[in-house]
Design a protein around this ligand. Structure first.
Ligand code: ARG
Length: 280
């Protein structure tokens, strides 16, 4: 079955404000190569395996709309739409909600908390677990609310290094059961939770260099993983896990703090949600 992704072309993408340490260094940057890199990225996803795209139209007032991973967490046919921490991104919520409704999903929001969707929440592909990062963007309260909705155990993980302000910059759970992780992005307690949940032979620990190249921010399609770059050591580790590795330049997007995974939202994801726990 092909995977369906929500994507948004970078027609109006640029680094126009500063809400994370990557952007701080780049405010005012117009990202002249963004369209070319994005087109290549989409093409690479298509070459990697069976994919379909739902395209969202770009909007000049919301340059970060390209990062569709932050639209929502998809849980069966329910989209738990993001409640962004920063006003600059809060303007995207209505646009994402409308797009997800058009894509055939029911939508809801968490109550009185910040939550940044698939950027901070990710289902394990083999263990009945949902990893949820909090601290910089999403809040701990969001993890408690998610526990009531998603049909599996939520593992709340405190993120402590602001360069890795979303979970999907530090963790990637693959269908083989392997999990790529940059452990120093997590608090000691969160590291202990991860080590307890993931058997050592399945934990692929990423070093700082790969983490800064946003290697965990990867998209899995069939037996391929698509990312910006990976060290030889990481490539070999992924090959041993049974994966083909596709690297495609995405540094224009890394300047705003996002890479491959951030540019996609998988629309068929997660277990069936508990609708009784959802407010309309
Ligand atoms: N500039 C965006 C922000 O700061 C980057 C988002 C990256 N997205 C992600 N899912 N990790 O919000």
């Amino acid at each position: 079955m092909s995977k369906r992704f929500l994507v948004c072309p970078p027609t109006h993408y640029a680094v126009t404000y500063d809400i994370n340490p990557w952007m701080t260094r780049n405010v005012g940057y117009s990202a002249p190569d963004a369209q070319r890199q994005w087109d290549r990225f989409i093409e690479t996803l298509g070459c990697a395996g069976a994919v379909e795209f739902v395209r969202l139209e770009a909007n000049e007032h919301v340059p970060d709309l390209v990062f569709t991973a932050n639209a929502a967490l998809i849980c069966g046919n329910l989209a738990i739409v993001s409640s962004f921490r920063h006003p600059e991104r809060r303007r995207e919520q209505g646009i994402f909600r409308a797009a997800l409704t058009r894509a055939g999903l029911a939508t809801t929001f968490l109550q009185q908390t910040y939550f940044e969707g698939a950027g901070d929440a990710m289902f394990d592909r083999v263990r009945p677990l949902c990893y949820v990062g909090y601290g910089w963007r999403s809040e701990r309260n969001a993890t408690l609310q998610l526990q009531e909705i998603v049909g599996c155990r939520v593992l709340p993980l405190l993120l402590v290094d602001e360069r890795f302000f979303h979970l999907d910059k530090a963790l990637c759970a693959l269908s083989s059961g392997h999990v790529m992780a940059y452990m120093d992005a997590f608090s000691p307690h969160a590291q202990a939770l991860l080590r307890r949940a993931i058997e050592p032979e399945y934990l692929i620990e990423i070093d700082l260099e790969d983490a800064l190249a946003m290697a965990p921010n990867a998209v899995e399609i069939d037996d391929a993983v698509v990312m910006h770059s990976a060290s030889r050591r990481l490539r070999e580790r992924l090959h041993d896990a049974g994966y083909r590795v596709f690297c495609t330049e995405l540094d224009e997007f890394i300047r705003a703090g996002g890479s491959a995974k951030c540019l996609t939202l998988q629309l068929d994801d997660g277990p069936i949600a508990n609708l009784a726990a959802v407010s309309a």
